[in-house]
Write a protein that binds this ligand. Structure first.
Ligand SMILES: Cc1ncc(COP(=O)(O)O)c(C=O)c1O
Length: 418
C-alpha cells in the first residue's frame, strides 16, 4: 500500500512533506494553531464540513473546513500527512499517546465476544489493555510465544477461533525488551487463510515502536495497520507523549471517528513539536544505531555480562535472523543484556551509572537504562516474564546520541560494581 506520491526518499519526506509555505503567508516553518474551534465562512460550508467528516468524502471530494480541534486541526493534518507518507500508508491518525492509539484501535476493531491473538512478550501497557480491560468487555486474548514459527502462531489462532470470531492479530516486533521478532508476512498469510475459511479476515496490527518507521515498514510486509508510540524515536527528545496509526484510508477513518468520541487526538502544540522532531529522525537514527552497535559489542565481550539480546547478533541461519533480514533495515538502538547474577548485581550496576540516565522509556537523545523486571515489567508475573526471557539480571538500554567513548567509559566503570 505504498502511496508515496513524490518518489522522494523517506529522509527527504520527513523534512518537508505535508507543509506548504504558500498556504501560510510564506512562513518557512508551520505556524502553531492554538485554537479549540474554527469559524465557518458560511452555513453551507459548515454543513458540508460535518457531512465530509461524519459520512466521508464523495468521489475524491477535498477535506471539509476545520470544525473543532478534537475532530481535526491544521497542525494535526500536517503531522498525519507526513507520518502517512513515511509509513507508506493512505492515511494516518495521530493520538495523545501510544496507549491512546492502541486503546482506540483495539476498541474500534473488537466487539464483545470476539477473540484476538498477540505476540509475546508485548509492552506491559498493551498486555494490561488486552488482559486487564478488554476481557471486561468479553474479548478473549491468546498469546503467541514464538511469532516466527508458523505452527506456534497457528496453535494460538486455532484456540482463538474456538473461543469466538478472531478479529485482530496484534503483533509487536521487535518486542520490548527482548527483541523477539514476528514474521509479519507469515502472520498475514495465516490471517488470509482464516478469512477464506470463516468469511472474516482478521485485521493485522503491528506495533512498530521499537524500530520506528525508518527501520521497518510493517505495511509493506502485509500489516493492515502500523502503530507507533511517537513518544519514543519519532519524538526523539523524551519531552512529549504521542502515538499514531497508519493504514488504509477507510480503516483509519473509523479510528478518527472513535478518537473524536474518546477525545484522545494529538493537540496542536505537540503536533507542531512532532513535525519538527521528524526532520531529524534519520540523523538521530543513524547515530543511535551506530552507538548501539558499538555498545552491544562492548557488552558481549564483557566478563560481567552473560547475554546480549541485540538484533544484530541474531545467529545466521536462524528463523529470527531470516525474518530480521527480510523485514528490518537496521537493528535499532534499544536492547537488553543480562548481568551475571540477579537483581542485587543489576541494581549495583545501575546505581553506579553516571552518564546514562536511569529511567523507563526509549528513543530519546540521551541514553536511558533500567531494570526490566522491577520497572517496565513490574506488573508481569515472574513466571510469565521468565518464559519470554526477562529474568532478574535483565537490564534494558536505550542508546542515545552521546559520544560513544563517553558512553562506554560510563558503562565500564558501572560494571566494576557488579
Ligand atoms: C512497544 C511500545 N508500545 C506502546 C507503548 C506506549 O506508548 P506511550 O507511552 O506513548 O503511550 C510503549 C511505551 O513504552 C512501548 O514501548
Amino acid at each position: 500500500m505504498t502511496t508515496d506520491p513524490t518518489g522522494l526518499h523517506l529522509e527527504t519526506l520527513a523534512i518537508g512533506y505535508g507543509y506548504d509555505p504558500a498556504q501560510h503567508q510564506g512562513s518557512a516553518k508551520p505556524p502553531l494553531f492554538l485554537t479549540s474551534t474554527f469559524v465557518y465562512p458560511s452555513a453551507q460550508i459548515a454543513k458540508d464540513a460535518h457531512r465530509v467528516f461524519f459520512n466521508g468524502p464523495v468521489d475524491g471530494e477535498p477535506a471539509g473546513a476545520y470544525i473543532y480541534s478534537r475532530l481535526n486541526h491544521p497542525n494535526l493534518d500536517m503531522v498525519e500527512k507526513r507520518l502517512a507518507v513515511i509509513d507508506g500508508a493512505e492515511d494516518c491518525a495521530a493520538f495523545s499517546s501510544g496507549m491512546a492509539a492502541l486503546s482506540t484501535t483495539l476498541m474500534t476493531l473488537l466487539r464483545p465476544g470476539d477473540s484476538m491473538v498477540y505476540s509475546r512478550p508485548i509492552y506491559s501497557g498493551t498486555d494490561g489493555l488486552m488482559n486487564g480491560h478488554l476481557t471486561d468487555y468479553g474479548i478473549k486474548p491468546f498469546g503467541i510465544t514464538v511469532a516466527v514459527d508458523r505452527a506456534n502462531v497457528q496453535a494460538a489462532v486455532d484456540l482463538a477461533l474456538k473461543a469466538g470470531p478472531l478479529t485482530v492479530m496484534m503483533i509487536e516486533s521487535p518486542a520490548n525488551p527482548t527483541g523477539a521478532t514476528a514474521d509479519i508476512a507469515m502472520i498475514r498469510a495465516i490471517a488470509d487463510e482464516v478469512g477464506a475459511k470463516t468469511g472474516f479476515r482478521p485485521i493485522v496490527v503491528v506495533d512498530n515502536t521499537f524500530l520506528g518507521p525508518l527501520l521497518q515498514s510493517p505495511l509493506k510486509h502485509g500489516a493492515d495497520l502500523t502503530m507507533t508510540s511517537l513518544t519514543k524515536y519519532c519524538g526523539g527528545h523524551s519531552d512529549l507523549l504521542a502515538g499514531s496509526v497508519s493504514g488504509d484510508a477507510a480503516l483509519v477513518r473509523r479510528l478518527k471517528q472513535r478518537r473524536t468520541t474518546f477525545g484522545c487526538h494529538l493537540d496542536p502544540h505537540t503536533s507542531w513539536l512532532m513535525l519538527r522532531s521528524l526532520e531529524t529522525l534519520s540523523l538521530r537514527t543513524e547515530r543511535s544505531c551506530s552507538n548501539a552497535a558499538a555498545i552491544a559489542r562492548f557488552l558481549a565481550d564483557h566478563p560481567k555480562v552473560r547475554a546480549v539480546t541485540y538484533l544484530g547478533f541474531l545467529p545466521e541461519g536462524s528463523p529470527a535472523r531470516a525474518v530480521y533480514d527480510r523485514q528490518c533495515k537496521g537493528a535499532g538502538s534499544t536492547f537488553s543484556f543480562k548481568i551475571k547474577g540477579g537483581e542485587a548485581e543489576a541494581f549495583r550496576m545501575l546505581d553506579r551509572v553516571r552518564l546514562a540516565k536511569m529511567a523507563v522509556s526509549l528513543g530519546g537523545a540521551e541514553t536511558l537504562i533500567c531494570h526490566s523486571a522491577t520497572t517496565t515489567h513490574y506488573a508481569v508475573p515472574q513466571a510469565q516474564r521468565e518464559e519470554v526471557g526477562i529474568d532478574d539480571g535483565t537490564i534494558r538500554i536505550s542508546v542515545g546520541l552521546e559520544h560513544i567513548d563517553d558512553l562506554i567509559a560510563d558503562l565500564s566503570q558501572a560494571l566494576e560494581a557488579v
